[in-house]
Design a binder for this molecule. Structure first.
Ligand SMILES: [Fe+2]
Length: 204
């Protein structure tokens, strides 16, 4: 299947402009969407297999984007910041991100990075933090999120989750995979997060 990479940026942008949230609107307005494409080799990961289910779960507004990802996932460049040594094999087999734009993604942008994160079912992404401010919009519901000292809380698809600079945050999925859109700004855009928790945050 031929992938029109411009369609990735267009559907991503179109979804973001439909999100009724002041923080997201501010971020979207500040981004210069006229970005040069990079020629990147495809790099599929095992987690791409969760995209079909994510397309079933995504709300109507996000479906064009998620369907595009499900149809073209294997032609895109997926990455991982962690290794098996960090969080184990189950995590690595069920985790990956796609940078739509940023310092290394399909489109070049030195000021802001954005893309998509996949976590398979029953995965814990332990506490971590980073300098960049992060805006997440889960496109599938059912994942529990926490930030700072607060407890885990299930977030619905389309809710906006804001992680301020250097604040600890963690996610854990339930029976369904997580597909989440992220925007990173105001910090090193390709930095590996600092891990602060341990993997042993079992389900209560
Ligand atoms: Fe983060």
């Amino acid at each position: 299947m031929t992938t029109n990479i411009n369609e990735l940026l267009e559907t991503f942008h179109r979804y973001l402009t439909s999100v009724d949230n002041a923080l997201v609107r501010d971020a979207v307005t500040r981004i210069d969407w006229d970005m040069p494409a990079r020629a990147l080799e495809p790099h599929p990961l095992a987690c791409v297999s969760h995209l079909d289910r994510a397309a079933d779960l995504a709300p109507a507004g996000a479906r064009p984007l998620v369907r595009f990802l499900a149809a073209h996932g294997s032609d895109l460049r997926w990455g991982q910041t962690y290794t098996e040594a960090d969080f184990g094999k189950a995590f690595i087999d069920n985790y990956g991100w796609l940078e739509v734009f940023g310092m290394r993604g399909h489109f070049a942008n030195d000021e802001v990075a954005a893309g998509l994160l996949i976590l398979g079912p029953d995965i814990v992404y332990p506490d971590h933090h980073h300098v960049a401010e992060e805006i997440y919009i889960p496109l599938t519901g059912g994942t529990e999120w926490r930030m700072g000292e607060s407890g885990f809380r299930v977030r619905a698809a389309g809710e906006v989750v804001h992680h301020a600079s250097n604040v600890n945050h963690a996610m854990r999925t339930g029976q369904e995979p997580l597909l989440a859109l992220y925007i990173w700004r105001g910090g090193p855009l390709a930095a590996k997060s600092t891990i602060t928790g341990t993997v042993a945050q079992g389900r209560a």
